[in-house]
Design a protein around this ligand. Structure first.
Ligand code: DER
Length: 231
């Protein structure tokens, strides 16, 4: 990801006014690390005044590691901007998120921000969901309900639902909210708004990894170091 994608320096630069205490939502995953690195640089170089609200334990560690002011939604329920990655982006900027299992807090923070900006590798840019991302749509669920929820999703929408298992941990992945993640491997393009609402209504579902009508702009880091912007 070219630094320009992370420093938010573009034609219509998203100016973070050094005078104000800008409240920045910090996403999760690997790409966001570049953005936080750059933010920390700007804080140093420009005496930028920001506070950061994390979207996961990992994001909290990243903020603390860079010595950036840590805050939360209790103190800052309205953010100026949230910056996060994505697993896939379709032509209408619908996102699949949750590859890192942090979708619930990410969606909450993104929804509290005036601007939700996504930074991603060019390989995340798809015409439709499922074109490149094959791991399915993450759904965070209350652990006791993971089996009936999985059955309900496949019964209604087909495909296959898999309980996300830990890699260096025996048993399922447990989220920062003490829940499980189901990955729904869908077989066709759906009306994502309808699917999202239907899945959210299933008792025990906490959140889905479908981010619909949320991303204002996506910066794709291209292989040649340039940045492609979609909004
Ligand atoms: O888990 C998440 O939602 C992450 O933000 C993910 O969507 C992007 O992770 P990456 O930047 O490591 O690809």
């Amino acid at each position: 990801i070219p630094i320009s994608a992370c420093s938010l320096n573009t034609g219509t630069r998203l100016c973070l006014n050094p005078q104000n205490n800008y409240v920045v939502g910090v996403g999760s995953g690997s790409t966001i690390v570049y953005a936080v690195d750059r933010l920390a640089e700007r804080v140093q170089q420009e005496n930028l005044k920001i506070v950061c609200v994390p979207t996961s334990f990992q994001a909290r560690q990243l903020i603390l590691k860079h010595g950036l002011p840590l805050s939360d939604l209790d103190r800052h329920p309205e953010l100026d901007v949230a910056i996060d990655g994505a697993d896939e982006v379709d032509s209408s900027l619908t996102l699949i998120k949750g590859g890192g299992g942090c979708l619930t807090q990410e969606k909450i923070v993104a929804d509290c921000a005036r601007h939700f900006i996504v930074i991603a590798d060019y390989r995340k840019d798809s015409k439709c969901l499922g074109q490149q991302w094959k791991k399915g749509i993450p759904v965070e669920v209350i652990p006791m309900a993971y089996v009936p929820i999985g059955r309900d999703i496949t019964r209604r929408f087909g495909g296959e639902v898999v309980l996300r298992m830990g890699v260096s941990k025996a048993g399922p992945v447990v989220t920062d909210n003490s829940n499980f993640i189901l990955d729904w491997k869908f077989e066709k393009v759906h009306n994502w708004k309808e699917v999202n609402m239907a899945i959210k209504m299933i008792p025990g579902v906490v959140e889905t990894g479908l981010f619909i009508d949320m991303a204002e702009r996506v910066y794709f880091g291209m292989q040649d170091g340039t940045v492609r912007i979609r909004d």
